[in-house]
Every structure is written in structure tokens, then in C-alpha cells.
Design a protein around this ligand. Structure first.
Ligand code: PLP
Length: 482
């Protein structure tokens, strides 16, 4: 189909699989727009998909033909009902057309202007390790919720197994080549960490080994419980297995476990190399070390081949694998999972039962339905493409604007770039950046509490913002550093 601007020739939108643009509004509009706007023809400056509507913001005035209907585009914003929205003169030549599907509620004036606010004025967040709202397939998940509840309501709304909704456990088990009994569904990866830490520390009290830097929330969980945290060095290739070996040999009391995020690590974006994975597994086997391998980003890969997981390499005797659907489907489904050593499966399920009797089955059934409809892989491909464009925008902006002496990671996937500037105090920079309308998390938050490490480092998440806003935000930040 085409969206036609009669004053300025055609702006062609061609759907790749024959769907109409209305069917794309929820899920794919950004890549659609990027894929099909012909260079030189596009007057589009921003596009912004919300769950029910899309705003095409174009320069100039004219008429657009959308799905056979003609819509006027002028210096004011019009909703699909034709009512004028409240736009202020400072938006100048920006005009907007909103094309909501006819069967869906008409967007309100307030909502239209609020979305425009976000495009033009809202703070730019590199702090949130969360997907942008337009990357969440909300409408499809709503349909899955309805279908799942209708079909399986008697099971979903009852008490049930502590390990979670059976069809989803089976799907996860098949993907990981284990029996379903070894899969325990969690209320997301963080809850998984809390469970694992409690279980493992009860079995084998001791210090917990982590990467430096590491995901901040588990560090806080451990610190709050008064657990000794030992941070192990890492570099561009990930955790140093020899540092782990040295730590294990250097103390007579054994640690409780190692917590590691080997792929597209939070916060650094780094991935443990294949050689180091092999070496790490050797060390783990030699010392009989329990490991929690946290892998929520592994599938969000933009290029290159995925290395084997530590669990696969080790065989699953010492390594427990955990992941989540937060980055591949939606964080709001609060569904994650463990692939457990055979000997641990029953006790984890028992811990679930004695904590919450049974987990919330509805979100797990929504994910199972999404998967059963064949939506998991296409949605993942869409998420990968979108995040790749955002990663590229961040790397390009850093290359263009970062002051001399800066360095940063170049992740092949995931959500994060790790930035360092030797003369920076990133805690101060974060405060100054807030005033410039940009947020990020300063490095010290990802190191052992109280260690005073990481002051020249920062985590920039590219998952939440559009490529254009990423470019803008990085430029503003680097100007502060410059
Ligand atoms: C490494 C890592 N593990 C776990 C989580 C928690 O994710 P969730 O609880 O949404 O599954 C996150 C979230 O950002 C993360 O980065």
C-alpha cells in the first residue's frame, strides 16, 4: 500500500508480507517505515508507534492518502477522527497525521498531543534497561490472554504446580534439551536470582563471586542480606577464568556460588569468548563450583554466531541456567525460567510452593499461547532489527561526538554500551545530564557496594529510545564531557 503526499509525490509504504499497514501499526511500523521510505522522497522526520495509533510527523502541509482515505495534514495535528489536536506554534512546520485502525477507539486529542510531547520534549533515557513501548507486542499479547483464558481457564485460574504452566515448561525444556521437570518457571529473572541465592546460600553458606562490573540489583540483594561479595575482574572478552581460579585457590573456605552473565552482559554489553567459556568450565568442574548463568539477552543477538552456554558446555551438573521472556516478549509478563541440575529441580519447585503456592499462570499461559501461535521467532527478529538500529545509532553518535580518550564496548546484541572516559566523574556527569534532559546510570552502581570503583565508567542503554533520540542524547552528553 502507499501513503501518498499529493504535494510532494509518493511516500511509498510497501508491506513485506501483504499485510495492510493497519495490521502493522502495533508491531512493525518503525522497521516498515525505515525499509520502505525511498531516499530523497521522504518528508517524514519522526514516526512514533503507540499501541493503537501511529503518528507520522512530516514537514510541510499537504494531503496524505492512507489506505484509500485522504487525510489533510497541516500545521495542526489531526487525529483519525479529523478533529484538530492541540499543537503549539513552537512546533512550527511539524504536522502530524494519526491513522488509527477504524475498529479501534479513536485517539483522543490529549493522547495525540502527549505523544508529540514525547517525541519533541521528553527526557531521553539511557538509564532504563527496558524495551521501548513500541517494541512490546501488546495487542497480540492481549489476544493471547483472551485465547488462553478461554481455552484453559479452569487450569489457569486454579492452584497448580509450583514449577509453572506445563505447556510453557515443556516448550522451554525442548529448546534446552532437558526433561520438563528440570524447568521451573519464575516471576522473571530477578526473582529467579533471589530464589537461587536463597537456596544455594542455605545449602552452602559462603561468599558469592560476581563479575566486576555486574547487574546492580543482585548486588543490592546480596548486600542487603549481608552476604560477602567478591568481585572478579573482566575485560573485553568477559570474566577472566584465571582470576576465578586464583580466587578459588587463594582461600581455604569454599564460596557459595558464582553469578555470571556471560552474554551481552548487563552492564557492559560484553560477551565471554568461546575460549574463556571452555576454560571457565574446566575451573568450575575442578572446584565443584555452583554457578548461576543468567542469560536474558542471549537471544537478542544482532550478528555473529551464538557461543554455547556454560550449562551446555558443562553438562548441567554445576551450572544452573536462567533466562526470561522480558527481553524477547515483554517484561510485563513477568515470566522467566530456570534450567536446573537434575538434583535441584525438586527443591526449587518446593521452594516455589512454600513461597507462593503456585505462580501466576495467566502470564505464563499468555507466553505459551504467543509461542504456540508461532509469534516468538518473528517477534524476536523484529526486536533484534529494532535494537540493532538503536545500537548502531549509539555507536555512530559516540564515534562522532565522544571526546578523545573515551572508550566504549561494541556489543553484538543485548541492550547496553559500557562507556569510559578516564577523566570523567560519571556520578557528577549524571546530575549534569539530568539537567540537559538525558539520563544514564553511572558506573559505580554496578560495582560492589562501597568499593568506590567505576567512577569513570557509565552504562548507556540503547533499548528504550529511537535512533534519532539516541543520536541527540549522546551528542548532548558528550558536549558535557567535552
Ligand atoms: C542480567 C539480568 N538478569 C535479570 C534481569 C531481570 O529481568 P526480569 O526480572 O525482568 O526477567 C535483568 C533485567 O534487566 C538483567 O539485566
Amino acid at each position: 500500500m502507499e501513503i501518498r503526499n499529493r504535494e510532494r509525490d509518493a511516500i511509498p509504504f510497501t508491506t513485506k508480507d501483504g499485510s495492510t499497514i493497519r495490521e502493522y501499526l502495533h508491531t512493525d511500523v518503525q522497521s516498515l517505515a525505515e525499509a520502505s521510505l525511498e531516499p530523497g522522497q521522504a518528508t517524514q522526520r519522526h514516526y512514533h508507534a503507540r499501541s493503537e495509533e501511529i503518528y507520522l510527523i512530516v514537514e510541510g502541509a499537504g494531503e496524505l492518502e492512507i489506505d484509500g482515505e485522504t487525510r489533510a495534514v497541516g500545521p495542526a495535528t489531526r487525529s483519525s477522527s479529523g478533529r484538530e489536536a492541540n499543537t503549539s506554534s513552537r512546533r512550527g512546520r511539524v504536522a502530524c497525521v494519526s491513522c488509527a485502525a477504524a475498529s479501534r477507539p479513536t485517539p483522543t486529542t490529549t493522547r495525540t498531543s502527549r505523544s508529540l510531547e514525547r517525541v519533541s520534549e521528553s527526557p531521553i533515557s539511557f538509564a532504563r534497561g527496558a524495551p521501548a513501548p513500541e517494541l512490546i507486542p501488546s495487542a497480540e499479547l492481549a489476544e493471547c490472554a483472551y485465547a488462553a483464558a478461554q481455552r484453559d481457564g479452569s487450569r489457569i485460574f486454579a492452584y497448580g504446580p509450583g514449577g509453572g504452566y506445563a505447556p510453557l515448561r515443556e516448550w522451554v525444556a525442548e529448546r534446552h534439551g532437558v526433561a520438563p521437570g528440570r524447568v521451573v518457571l519464575t516471576v522473571g529473572g530477578l526473582q529467579g536470582f533471589v530464589f537461587y541465592a536463597a537456596e544455594q546460600l542455605a545449602r552452602k553458606p559462603g561468599r558469592v563471586l560476581v563479575e566486576a562490573p555486574s547487574y546492580d540489583r543482585p548486588l543490592k540483594v546480596l548486600a542487603r542480606e549481608g552476604v560477602e561479595i567478591v568481585a572478579l575482574g573482566m575485560d573485553e572478552e568477559g570474566l577472566d577464568p584465571d582470576a576465578l581460579d586464583g580466587e578459588l585457590r587463594g582461600r581455604s573456605d569454599p564460596p557459595s556460588f558464582l553469578y555470571t552473565i556471560p552474554t551481552f552482559q548487563n552492564p557492559s554489553g560484553r560477551t565471554l569468548s568461546a575460549e574463556r567459556r571452555d576454560r571457565l568450565v574446566e575451573v568450575v568442574r575442578e572446584h565443584g563450583l555452583a554457578v548461576l548463568e543468567d542469560d536474558p539477552y542471549g537471544l537478542v543477538r544482532f550478528e555473529g554466531d551464538a557461543p554455547a552456554s556454560l550449562r551446555e558446555l558443562e553438562g548441567g551438573e554445576f551450572v544452573t541456567y536462567t533466562s526470561s521472556f522480558s527481553k524477547t516478549v515483554a517484561p510485563g509478563v513477568r515470566t522467566g525460567y530456570f534450567v536446573l541440575p537434575e538434583s535441584d529441580a525438586a527443591s526449587f519447585e518446593e521452594r516455589a510452593v512454600s513461597t507462593y503456592i503456585s505462580p501466576p499462570f495467566l502470564p505464563q499461559a499468555i507466553v505459551a499461547e504467543f509461542v504456540a501461535r508461532g509469534r516468538f521467532e518473528p517477534n524476536l527478529a523484529h526486536v533484534q532489527a529494532e535494537l540493532r538500529a538503536r545500537r548502531d545509532a549509539m555507536l555512530e553518535a559516540l564515534a562522532a561526538h565522544a571526546p578523545d580518550g573515551s572508550s566504549w564496548s561494541r556489543p553484538d546484541g543485548g541492550y547496553f554500551v559500557w562507556f569510559e572516559h578516564p577523566r570523567a566523574n560519571t556520578t557528577d556527569l549524571a546530575s549534569a545530564a539530568e539537567r540537559e534532559g538525558v539520563s544514564f546510570i553511572a558506573g559505580p552502581g554496578f560495582f560492589t557496594p562501597g568499593s568506590a570503583q567505576g567512577i569513570s565508567t557509565a552504562r548507556f542503554a540503547y533499548s528504550y529510545e529511537t535512533p534519532e533520540r539516541i543520536g541527540d542524547g549522546v551528542e548532548r552528553l558528550m558536549r558535557l564531557l567535552g
